[in-house]
Design a protein around this ligand. Sequence first.
Ligand code: UDX
Ligand code: UDX
Length: 472
Amino acid sequence: MNSEVKHICCIGAGYVGGPTMAVIADRCPHIQVNVVDLNKKRISEWNNSDLSKLPIYEPGLEEIVKRCRGKNLHFSTEIETYISTADMIFISVNTPIKQKGLGAGQTSDLKWIEASARQISKHAKGKTIVVEKSTLPVKTAKVIKDILEGSNREMDPNERKSFSVLSNPEFLAEGTAINDLERPDRVLIGGDNKESIEALAKIYSHWIEPEKILRTNLWSSELSKLTANAFLAQRISSINSVSAICESTGANIKEVAKAIGMDSRIGGKFLKAGPGFGGSCFKKDILNLVYICNFYGLNEVAQYWQKVVDINIWQQNRIAKIVVQKLFGTLSEKKLAILGFTFKANTNDTRESPAISICKDLLDEGCNLAIFDPKVSSKKVEDDLKTKQSKGVKQNDMNFGSWRLSKTIEEAAKDADALLILTDWDLFKNIEWKEIAKLMREPSWLFDTRGITDKETVQSFGINFWSIGDGS
Ligand code: UDX
Ligand code: UDX
């Protein structure tokens, strides 16, 4: 195996592939990095001369793309060409939950992984290291290996290609992706070919300390990714379950989280109660874990992890119910302002955002939603809520709710009966409540599901206040 990598190809120019390759290109000027994607629109957005129009919003990404694009970082739809010139190919395609057939609703749909492996087996030349970047169910590397080896068997022995498969899961979190890539807690490389592992380790060693680069077998690497996400998500479901106990008992979740987080065995991170976790990974990875456990007959273990997802759904439903109860049991003809639609701050990603299920529950109650998010378009909201934006300011129909996108917080708050903070964007921490209170219809409410506003201030302007886990 050639240990000096000079040409990298990454299949998939998404939230993972784009930022990861940008950082590799930035840190390794001697490597040509080609990011390919079958989505022409996405590639043309990556090539947009206006860097504020990149398809993915990540703090720090624009600067890197500005430095490297056209030099050693290229975005293209010529998948076959760049597969054929690469020494190392990252597979970074999406792996959504299967919609139909065996394992539907539980396990990942590997059709894009399989398609990528087939493209690689056909177009790669000579010796190629294939790296799984996508989060995958355990044992997926076997699928990739089987496809690559299968194609080889059909070849003339003199023209046979040589492949080795590595698992190199991504631990970046959206919104902090560049920092996470530049200063990771660790890099994990799983595989059974020492030379290939070292070739990949060498790339990372250009900016990451050697002791942070871990080498494991393939299955440990794949399983570590799933369980890292499961542990993180479990902390959120744990603290969210405690938020409900706080509300019933008079305790305060921020005080409880601080008190338990200061125990060095527990630690303070991932203890923020909220509307439930979103994002493309947590739910999918836990469901994959549950599926694997059931497959191996570990039914109690499967049920244990399933509960983390169940609590997450329960938390979202619970918040919608509280809003209805506080607004006299009916939302019909009421206007509610939704502040934040993305699954977390500093991203334009809405995948699995708790805002989607909460908004759907509220729409079922027949209200008008005014949605404001600094990074979300009406097209995205339409896709997520599966209903079109209402044309008028008023409700379309008495029985069905409606929604419109607002350009500012003030526009959303105008004549609203309630405001719901669903994403922890910084700009919601600095709202001028005095001005907002004047715009709203009385009795007005603030439902702060992220616990980022000050109760006394909000109440001092006559707004009723509810915050997650605040039982006082
Ligand atoms: C990543 C991981 O790959 C996924 O496994 C993880 O769970 C979430 O993060 P992400 O980068 O967020 O996925 O996905 P997405 O933004 O949808 O990007 C994937 C890209 O792959 C898309 O642009 C899609 O067009 C492209 N693709 C898909 C290909 O180029 N070829 C294919 O065959 C399939
Ligand atoms: C996650 C993992 O952190 C990352 O390592 C992995 O590679 C991909 O999945 P991401 O989904 O981008 O990253 O975001 P993350 O910061 O983990 O947040 C996930 C969800 O949990 C968000 O909806 C966030 O608002 C929520 N969250 C997070 C809380 O509700 N409370 C917390 O204390 C932390």
